[in-house]
Design a protein around this ligand. Structure first.
Ligand code: ZN
Ligand code: ZN
Length: 394
């Protein structure tokens, strides 16, 4: 029997395994969807996912990287060590409007189905549970704490409204700002006050002006979290949160300085004192491994789902998978589960994450990830090619 025939037979077995588990996977996904938990509080999701992995022969370490809802499940000891990443946090007020229930279930499904390939060809498969993707950048923390040190490559899927093997995800960093002025009667003694709210409003105006002259891919956006307490008092305090995003770290650094100058200028103009804190976590831009992306796309298309290699013109925010992709070769493909007019992080997207189309996306992505694992463990040259591309593009 030819080698290619062997690989095709193995791919048929692993995808058949996922079809056989479809009912259980659907239950797991819907259970997570019906019990949304916010970042770092994903206690139930973590319990259900790790139980499923343990039941299927994985050894599980819970609470890795000093994060109670992070986990690492592994099967096999050899190289390459291929990680499939799970996210499971929900959004405040919206539930699973980013479809992380599908990401999580897809990851455990693909990891379990990959066992067949590991048993025959060696290598190891890891399911890594990465909490708090939406706000705290769980993967960035885990990357700093060594979670990906012994990983050769990392893959995951994200549900969306189009099919693409690579994404453009921006580097970002958030900023907390406070202005301290001086309270005074707004009508009787306005000349005695220092208006902290005006300093904040002037900062917005300065940022709006700056926005005309920055690269079109960069983003600056913010909110006011304190604008004073009463209309008849000159606001002595104002506060806001901002996010600055750019295509790469160099431009992000440049932009951060220019954004900060907007606040410094407003402080000077108003006489209010400025205090600011850049968040410790920086989301890194996504570095797509094209060798992995091509394999993923090819396998996905073999299931009859058309997929672009590049996400031409399709906007994406930022993801903590970017931080992982700077350390090890990685992909973060998007699989469509809803029509193009459905917005991510919206109630309609939350509905899609519990729909039949959502389940189809989960199954297709799990099969594709597993077939990609088959390609990697059956062909050692492929794993070498993945690494080589990663090192060359450093
Ligand atoms: Zn999201
Ligand atoms: Zn997400």
């Amino acid at each position: 029997m030819g080698e290619n025939l062997n690989i095709e037979k193995l791919k048929a077995s692993v995808t058949g395994e996922i079809d056989a588990q479809r009912h259980q996977l659907s239950e797991l996904s819907l259970k997570i969807h019906a019990n949304p938990e916010l970042g770092f509080h994903e206690v139930q999701a973590t319990a259900w996912l790790t139980q499923y992995l343990e039941k299927n022969g994985f050894s599980v370490e819970r609470g890795i990287c000093e994060l109670p809802t992070a986990f690492r499940a592994s099967y096999g000891q050899g190289k390459p060590a291929i990680a499939i990443l799970a996210e499971y946090d929900a959004l405040p007020g919206l539930g699973h409007a980013c479809g992380h229930n599908l990401i999580a279930t897809c990851a455990v499904a693909a990891a379990v189905a990959s066992k067949l390939a590991i048993d025959q060809f060696g290598g190891s498969i890891l399911a890594i549970g990465t909490p708090a993707e939406e706000i705290y950048g769980g993967k960035a923390i885990m990357a700093d704490r060594g979670a990906f040190n012994n990983v050769d490559m990392a893959m995951m899927m994200q549900p969306g409204v189009y099919n693409t093997a690579t994404i453009q995800a921006l580097a970002n960093q958030s900023l907390e700002v406070e202005f301290f002025g001086k309270a005074a009667h707004a009508a009787a003694r306005p000349e005695a006050g220092i208006n902290a709210l005006e300093a904040m409003l002037n900062s917005f105006t300065a940022i709006n002006s700056l926005r005309q002259h920055i690269k079109s891919t960069a983003r600056i956006h913010g909110i006011i979290t304190d604008g004073g307490q009463a209309a008849n008092v000159v606001p002595a305090h104002s506060a806001g949160n901002f996010i600055v995003r750019a295509e790469d770290n160099t431009y992000l650094d440049e932009l951060k300085e220019r954004v900060l100058n907007c606040f410094v200028g407003a402080a000077t103009a108003s006489g209010a004192r400025l205090e600011y804190r850049w968040d410790k976590i920086r989301y890194a831009p996504m570095r797509n491994n094209l060798t992995l992306a091509r394999l993923f796309r090819q396998n996905m298309q073999s299931l009859g789902r058309r997929m672009q290699l590049f996400s031409h013109g399709s906007a994406f925010g930022s993801t903590d998978m970017g931080n992982v992709s700077q350390l090890v070769p990685g992909i973060h493909p998007i699989v469509a589960i809803a029509p193009k007019d459905v917005l991510g992080h919206s109630p309609r997207f939350a509905e899609a994450a519990a729909s039949e189309a959502g389940m189809r996306g989960l199954v297709d992505a799990a099969k594709t990830l597993t077939m990609t694992v088959v390609d990697l463990v059956t062909n050692p040259d492929m794993a070498v090619k993945v690494k080589k591309e990663f090192q060359q593009n450093k």
